[in-house]
Design a protein around this ligand. Structure first.
Ligand code: PEP
Ligand code: MG
Length: 457
């Protein structure tokens, strides 16, 4: 029955709440009763569910499934919550109230740790605090290599509180604002007024630094608790992002309207996710132009300048670059999705998490072609997937010609330290020699290069 099928989501939600009550645990609505210093252990979890928990109390997240590029892990990292995925049988091994150490840096979980483990973690935490202080001292120095190449370091953001990290890290701007995060953190679709308020707060907080607003990328593993978009065999390749926006233009119009209002008199950069073909970009752009015209017609103050870009996440777009680049002001590589589609390797599958490497010859060849084509067309290219925040991967991106990267705020310091210890000249020559190799991964060779050349990775 189609009616009952639609109600299934409500039943599931009711069932979840009922179970929470039966086991005497708090639901997401009941933040006060959540214990202090909690570590959450789950089989699987969506990013929206994570946002149900009190962030000031949640100290760690352990998932039996998952990988580093699943959205729940990305959101946890943005909130500075250590997360470990692929912890098989964790739920069977842990009892409520067990003390646990979650080491997100080294993907380790210690249940009921011994005194020795606790001591060594106390030492590690102090050493980490010193490293963070050292990165903080880099805040105001430029991200410039030893041979004088400047790299723009932006940060990714999703929640209004993230914006404070701009000043704390010295990031140049927000290279990716994931607008779906406030949608996931809400109990119903935020209306135009609410969205205007959120986008305005982001622009106020950025205080003149550039912000790129990406339109809604829901679907895939980013569900909304209050919206059932149906079940699909392959949600990552299904009805998500721009595909939903073009089929339900009302959603995107509301978003664009709110962005235009929020950016009155200021610069506005809009980016469309999951573009697979040029007509999709054209249709999205047309909606933006219509909203600008509407706002102008009503006498609203328009943004001072509009820049429009596309995410590059679908391999087909790589073969439409001339047409794309003649239309956009900038492109940003979503390496999390691009990589999963390039290798046909689900970004959330724990079994595939180590199967293929971002530092493999085909990835390097693809990215070099992309950067060279964008440079030749005079269009800005950036990369905003998780790869940009890992110092060794970021080193390679700079060696390939990327001069703009966007990453989780806590990566700005380590990536800047890497850049300041690097000579790009040596590296680009070395990379040319590696790309033809028929190897699974170039990671070890590149790590050796970094160590031999004193690059801080
Ligand atoms: C990406 O795919 O690399 C990206 C930045 O988008 P998201 O992780 O939100 O899918
Ligand atoms: Mg993506």
């Amino acid at each position: 029955d189609p009616y009952l099928r639609e109600r299934l989501h409500d039943f599931n939600d009711l069932a979840r709440r009922l179970l929470h009550h039966l086991v005497g645990r708090s639901t997401g609505d009941d933040l006060e009763s959540q214990p202090d210093d909690m570590i959450l252990i789950a089989r699987e979890m969506g990013p929206a569910e994570l946002l149900d928990y009190d962030r000031s109390k949640l100290q760690g997240l352990v998932l039996e499934g998952g990988s580093v590029t699943t959205h729940v892990a990305i959101v946890a990292r943005a909130l500075d919550i250590p997360v470990v995925g692929r912890a098989e049988d964790a739920l069977d091994k842990v009892e409520n109230l067990d003390p646990i150490v979650v080491d997100g840096d080294n993907a380790q979980v210690f249940i009921r740790p011994s005194e020795e483990v606790l001591d060594s973690y106390s030492d590690m935490i102090s050493a980490r605090a010193q490293r963070i202080a050292a990165y903080a001292s880099l805040r105001d120095v430029p991200a410039e290599t030893k041979d004088g190449v400047h790299v723009n370091l932006d940060m990714n953001a999703g929640l209004v509180i993230d914006v404070s990290q701009l000043a704390a890290t010295g990031a140049d701007g927000i290279g990716l604002y994931r607008t779906e995060i406030p949608f996931m953190d809400s109990t119903s679709f935020p209306d135009v007024d609410r969205q205007t308020e959120i986008y305005g707060q982001i622009l106020d907080g950025a205080d003149g630094k550039p912000v790129i607003f990406r339109t809604l990328d829901i679907g895939g593993d980013k569900g909304l608790p209050y919206w059932d978009n149906g079940r699909e065999e392959n949600p990552a390749m299904g009805w998500r992002a721009i595909r939903i926006a073009l089929d339900r233009p009302g959603l995107m119009k509301d978003q664009l309207r709110a962005m235009i209002r929020a950016a009155a008199g200021r610069d506005l950069s809009v980016m469309f996710p999951m573009i697979s073909e040029i007509p999709e970009f054209d249709r999205a752009r047309k909606l933006l132009d219509q909203e600008l015209e509407r706002a102008g017609g009503k006498g609203q103050t328009l943004p001072a300048q509009i820049r429009v870009g596309s995410m590059l996440e679908v391999p087909a777009l790589l073969y439409q670059l001339p047409a794309l680049l003649s239309r956009v002001d900038f492109v940003s590589v979503g390496s999390n999705d691009l990589f999963q589609f390039l290798f046909a390797s689900d970004r959330g599958s724990p079994k595939l998490a180590d199967r293929y490497d971002t530092l493999a010859p085909p990835v390097l060849a693809m990215l070099r072609h992309l950067v060279e084509t964008c440079d030749a067309a005079g269009k800005t290219v950036s990369l905003c997937g998780e790869m940009a925040g890992r110092p060794l991967d970021a080193m390679v991106l700079v060696g390939l010609g990327f001069r703009r990267l966007s990453m989780t705020p806590s990566s700005i310091g380590p990536v800047k330290a890497m850049i300041r210890s690097l000579s790009v000249n040596d590296l680009s020559q070395y990379l040319h020699g590696l790309e033809g190799l028929a190897e699974h991964s170039l990671r070890e060779k590149l790590r050796e290069f970094a160590v031999d050349h004193g690059v801080m990775i």
